[in-house]
Design a protein around this ligand. Structure first.
Ligand code: NAD
Length: 457
């Protein structure tokens, strides 16, 4: 089947590559000329485990193509997938300008005798499929003035098909989705989109069919629920720090109840990324627009904002409120491991707060340093590797739980640092282990470890 994917970012590139992998002929369209040039030359533009191998194979097999022209991209396509940005708009809700611009362009290009399914994969507020449909019809009517609204409407359907992939595991999630949600009331579209996904659910995971609005809300409900779990555990961590309980013990204690589940119960320095922050905000705003005050979501956002800077007062207190020229090593910049995405990354909030008080930061991240350099340039130093960042550091701050940070050589760390001091925003280490290695160690929701020899100064 010929497919066009409009928007070739994290979702679009993974979607296009994975649909090519199941034998479809895919053209990815983007307005970013540089991105399309690199992709056409065989260069993968994002870091995502497993993507490069699939990308190379499908490019070689001539099933994956790239263009900046929407007209060329959708030529002969039976399915057009929108994987466009929906950032936070001025009012807090999702900004639909990118989606509606493409809908308008599609209206200009629509061929009345060639039925297409327009799939909306972007995360969008309830009612967007209807807006996309109306926009396409309105524009198409100005182009083909002889056609009736019914004739135009019969030539396409708009389906809401939210994407649930997680950055860092996107290929795996796409190839073996826990579920596929297809929102449409059109039987014709249902069959086409169902067939498209059939190869991905052979192990029995469900395709859940519903109406467009329910599908749109399902995505926001999923992300908001997960963000709620994180903020809830971060509040439990606050209680632990004040009461002497240990959040890891509490996590294990509640997670073994399968009504609660073990996943997404880790406390830390908050959620970030391109989805949770904007999606929680958008759902809260959409609720307000239909006269509902979604109280839990307001609390989830407030807790997360505070949590991003949870380590900051601890660091300040340790240095007696004087961070001027303190050398801080920072492990992790990406908003989570296995991605180079730094959108709303808690690490960047910490960088801003620490440098604002005169601290000097030397950071290391396995994948995200190039993106951070583009954003903040030489405001901080960048290390060659995790140990390089530690040279003469007065303290180490950990902001992202990359696997390679989990079992470091503590002896080597001690020899490189001015002081063996760690502020761990992701609770990577066992408390006994850091105690045995004579570190001063503060984490989230657990007791402070002070070396037997007393506070390291
Ligand atoms: P992204 O910013 O990485 O990619 C969007 C791409 O669209 C960019 O390359 C941009 O240049 C391109 N674009 C903008 N206007 C265009 C136009 N007129 N024509 C063609 N291309 C255009 O965004 P993303 O992270 O891939 O997210 C896309 C959507 O998917 C968002 O709604 C997001 O909320 C949702 N989503 C993202 C994830 C994720 O993990 N990133 C997961 C699920 C859902």
């Amino acid at each position: 089947m010929k497919i066009a994917v409009i928007g070739t970012g994290y979702v679009g590139l993974v979607t296009g590559t994975c649909f090519a992998e199941t034998g479809n002929d895919v053209t990815c369209v983007d307005i970013d000329i540089n991105k399309i040039k690199k992709l056409s030359e065989g260069q993968v533009t994002i870091y995502e485990p497993g993507l490069e191998k699939l990308f190379d194979r499908n490019l070689k097999e001539d099933r994956l193509h790239f263009t900046t022209s929407l007209k060329d991209g959708i030529q002969g396509a039976r399915i057009i997938i929108l994987a466009l940005p929906t950032p936070t708009g001025g009012d807090g809700n999702a900004d639909l300008q990118y989606i509606l611009k493409v809908a308008n362009d599609l209206g200009n290009l629509l061929k009345l005798n060639e039925y297409v399914v327009v799939i909306d994969k972007s995360t969008v507020p309830v009612g967007t499929a209807e807006k996309v449909r109306d926009t396409i019809i309105k524009t198409a009517r100005t182009v083909s003035s002889a056609a009736t609204e019914e004739q135009i409407a019969a030539s396409f359907d708009v389906v809401s098909n939210p994407e649930f992939l997680r950055e860092g595991g996107a290929v795996e999630d796409f190839m073996k989705p826990a579920r596929v949600v297809i929102g449409t009331t059109s039987e014709r579209a249902k069959k086409i989109v169902g067939d498209l996904y059939a190869p991905f659910v052979r192990q029995g995971n469900p395709i859940i069919y519903m109406d467009e609005k329910s599908a749109e809300l399902t995505k926001y409900a999923a992300n908001s629920f997960l963000a709620t779990k994180i903020s809830f555990m971060n509040e439990i961590a606050q209680l632990c720090e004040r009461s002497g309980a240990d959040v890891d013990m509490v996590r294990k204690g509640i997670g073994s109840d399968d009504r609660i589940g073990r996943r997404f119960l880790f406390s830390g320095i908050g959620y970030g990324g391109s989805c949770f922050p904007k999606d929680v905000k958008a759902l809260a705003q959409s609720s307000r627009e239909i006269d509902y005050d979604f109280k839990i979501l307001e609390a989830v956002m407030q807790v997360n904002e505070v949590q991003k800077l949870h380590l900051f007062p601890k660091i300040k207190k340790y240095f007696n409120n004087d961070l001027a020229n303190k050398k801080i090593a920072l492990w992790g910049l990406a908003f989570k491991p296995n991605t180079d995405d730094i959108r709303e990354a808690p690490a960047l909030k910490l960088v801003e707060a620490l440098t604002g008080e005169g601290a000097k930061i030397c950071a290391f991240d396995p994948e995200a340093m190039a993106n951070v350099k583009l954003e903040i340039g030489d405001k901080i130093d960048y290390a060659m590797n995790m140990y390089d960042a530690l040279k003469h550091a007065d303290a180490l701050v950990i902001a992202t739980e990359w696997s390679e940070f989990r079992t470091p050589d503590f002896t080597k760390m001690t020899s490189l640092m001015n002081k063996p001091v760690i502020f761990d925003g992701r609770n990577l280490f066992d408390l006994q282990q850091v105690q045995d290695c004579n570190f001063y160690y503060e984490s989230v929701g657990r007791r402070v470890i002070v070396p037997a020899t007393g506070k390291v100064k």
